[in-house]
Design a protein around this ligand. Structure first.
Ligand code: T6T
Length: 347
């Protein structure tokens, strides 16, 4: 064979081999790409949210906004689909029940975290949803007497997760007693007589005061969780008993209304104010000397625990404790600027 012909044959063979290799390489790349795509689909399937939790708050206030933050963070961590209902703009079943019904109408909810705005009126609407297979967990407030360990028409919720309100009320009584040198007239601004949290706070407070023989409890009013009402009622109480020396406001709106009434009456400092709920407003009032004590609940923790226990129940059928009780903190003029305390301000 002549040399040029030999070179041509070698060239043709080489080109075909290169083509064959690169074709093969492309196929391998395609296979690899397909495998990656399949893996991505599989990953997406794992990442898909398994459960849906609905949060129905009690009212639009900084306490529940902070609770929602805790709920959201935990739901994200556990890859839970979270729905937050409309916020009621007033306290009570007339507002909360329609919101609950609207939020559940489309179905697809595995668990409801809610603060019942009435110990009685929320039993039937929540039981109806429970009977449809939705788990119920009450946060901040409870149904009936809150004892879910004994079979009753309100023992269907998995748990009550919230503050020990009676204990908090008792401790407030002790602090206020100290502030007024254990003597004089004391007034209580409460909100709603069928709401477990505030009723327990009031009872704890009255029990606590009973230990002080020189303190006179002049009475309690119900502002229905309306700040203006709390201010008007406190103003009237101060007119009736001008020698009141101490007031306990049981929550955000009752405390904010009460201290404003005292400020308006020019009695700042003469009437000591013990307030409940660490809103920015009450913390600022404490710094300004218009409020003397602020109890901070742990709404974010309450919410996060609700999601965590709900998830354990939905995922593994774990038994949820009937009661889970995070603690509380006290802000005073002495510690209000402590860096460690800032985390307890609602936001
Ligand atoms: O104090 C909280 C909550 O614990 C209570 O049940 C209702 O009032 C608040 O939301 C504060 O406004």
């Amino acid at each position: 064979m002549r040399k040029p012909l030999l070179w041509i044959i070698i060239l043709i063979i080489s080109i075909s081999m290169i083509a064959a290799f690169s074709l093969n390489g492309c196929k391998e790349e395609e296979v690899a790409e397909e495998e990656v795509a399949e893996e991505e689909v599989a990953e997406e399937e794992v990442a898909e949210e398994e459960f849906t939790i609905l949060f129905v708050p009690g009212i639009a206030d900084p306490f529940y906004f902070t609770m929602e933050r805790g709920i959201k963070e935990k739901a994200e961590e556990l890859n839970i689909n979270l729905i937050v209902s409309e916020y009621p703009d007033a306290w009570g079943p007339e507002v909360q029940v329609p919101i609950l019904e609207a939020a559940t109408a489309a179905g697809g909810i595995d668990l409801i975290l809610t603060a019942p705005t009435s110990t009685d009126a929320l039993i039937a609407p929540l039981k109806k949803l429970y009977d449809q297979g939705i788990a119920i967990l009450t946060v901040d407030t409870y149904l009936g007497d809150g004892d879910y360990s004994v079979e009753s028409d309100y023992s269907f919720p998995l748990s009550y997760i919230g503050t020990d309100n009676k204990l908090g009320g008792k401790e407030i009584a002790n602090h206020l007693a100290e502030m007024i040198n254990e003597e004089g007239k004391v007034y209580l601004m409460n909100t709603n007589p069928d709401t477990s949290s505030v009723v327990d706070r009031g009872e704890g407070f009255k029990e606590g005061l009973a230990e002080y023989p020189n303190i006179t409890f002049v009475g309690e009013d119900w502002c229905l969780d309306v700040q203006q009402e709390a201010m008007d009622l406190t103003t009237a109480a101060l007119q009736k008993d001008p020698d009141i020396v101490g007031i306990f406001g049981v929550n955000v709106f009752s405390s904010q209304g009460s201290y404003q009434a005292v400020v308006n009456a020019g009695l700042t400092g003469a009437v000591k104010i013990a307030s409940w709920d660490a809103t920015q407003t009450l913390i600022e009032a404490l710094k300004a000397g218009e409020v003397d004590l602020v109890l901070a609940q742990k709404p974010a923790e309450i919410g996060a625990l609700g999601v965590e226990w709900g998830y354990k129940y939905l995922k593994n059928g774990e038994e949820v404790p009937k009661e889970v009780i995070p603690g509380f903190e006290f802000f005073t003029q002495d510690n209000v600027d402590d860096p460690d305390m800032q985390q307890f301000i609602y936001q």
